[in-house]
Write a protein that binds this ligand. Sequence first.
Ligand code: PMP
Length: 433
Amino acid sequence: MNYDGYLSRAAVMMRESAIRKMGAVSARVPDVISLAPGYPSPDTFPWQDFRHITDGLLGARDASTLQYGPTRGFRPLLDAIRGVLRGRGIEASLEELLVTTGSQQGLDLVARVLLDPGDVALVELPAYTGAMAAFRNVQAELAGVRQDADGIDLDDLDRVMASLRAEGKRVRFLYVVPNFQNPTGLLLAREKRRQLLDAARRHDILLVEDDPYGELYFSDVAEESDTRPIKADDLDGRVVYLSSFSKTLAPGYRVAWIAAPSALAAKFEIAKQATDICTGALDQRVVWQAIERGVLAAQGPRLRTVYQHKRTVMERALQQHAGGLLTWPKPRGGFFVWVTAPAAIDSEALLSRAMRHGVLFVVGSAFFVDGSGRNTLRLAFSAPSPERIEEGVRRLSAALHEELETLRQGVGSAGTSAVGTGGASSGTVTPTG
Ligand code: PMP
């Protein structure tokens, strides 16, 4: 039976995640080194603490631990999140808070509550694909705003706004990841954070600030005060702030939150009722206990050290094997190195070749709503061990040299990608991760 005629318009438009798809590829290819997914390093998970906490929770046989709970979230966890936010300079009341099942659900709720079909959501060029997928799922249009080395280009924001308004489009919000953006790793300058609030006011749009990586700053090039959220200075309620415990505790718990003006938080709550009733009760309690017992606080310095080291290893390997060919902005935190290859390189073709060398990455074009970025790639240093990062970069560089040699000989490369990752320009795949 062919089900095409049964699909909603939104379902017809849905595209598979290139990153998720690549997960399947990496499972098939033996000894492949994947620099594709932005997964946390599993050796940073506080296994022992989780075990003690879970033992305690299940041993107590409190029915609420395995029962449905309030859609807004488990009250003690909400109180603990208020404390986490205070540490970031944000004062949020309970009415302004909502626990979400991962920030990915937060993005889905934002889309459902703030976007009608045909509305415009502004995203950075490039932007996190999971957010773009959530906005596209409600049939919104996406428009891109360029970035400089210190984050979003505010002049370009003005230009894009002016041209969209001239077309009669309704622009609802700008989605930004100011701290160690996925995919570029860029940190938005302090000065620009204030200016962005002013711009949002001037253009009468909301800011959707997504901050999963803020705690992961690298002390050699950034300090905590550089990561102060825009939300901390949001005096008139323009910012919807999302954050998550996925990168600081473990993504398997799927516990995250939204801090938003209370009127919006109330709508997010209603939208959430229809998506999952509530976030997992046990998961919320484990995270709450991890905060209460100081596990989360202890993770910060540890994670910063681990990821800073991995970043250094990746940069050193890139320099050693492909220095002069590849360029990238130095990551000052987070999980990613954003690489630009020589203009002749098509990262789709490079990926095909890289796979034959046993290494995976994400093609940069996947993150561009305008289909550009053909010669860019996202490398994640978060999950593999330092040795695997080094070997992965060595393999990637071998593939790059081979590809350049083939181009030089005018033979052209394999052309179509063996994994069919498409890219924004081909319109076949929308990656998330
Ligand atoms: N936002 C950004 C910018 C991300 O990089 C991710 C994870 N890749 C998410 C949101 C989703 O995170 P989670 O749902 O695990 O909280």
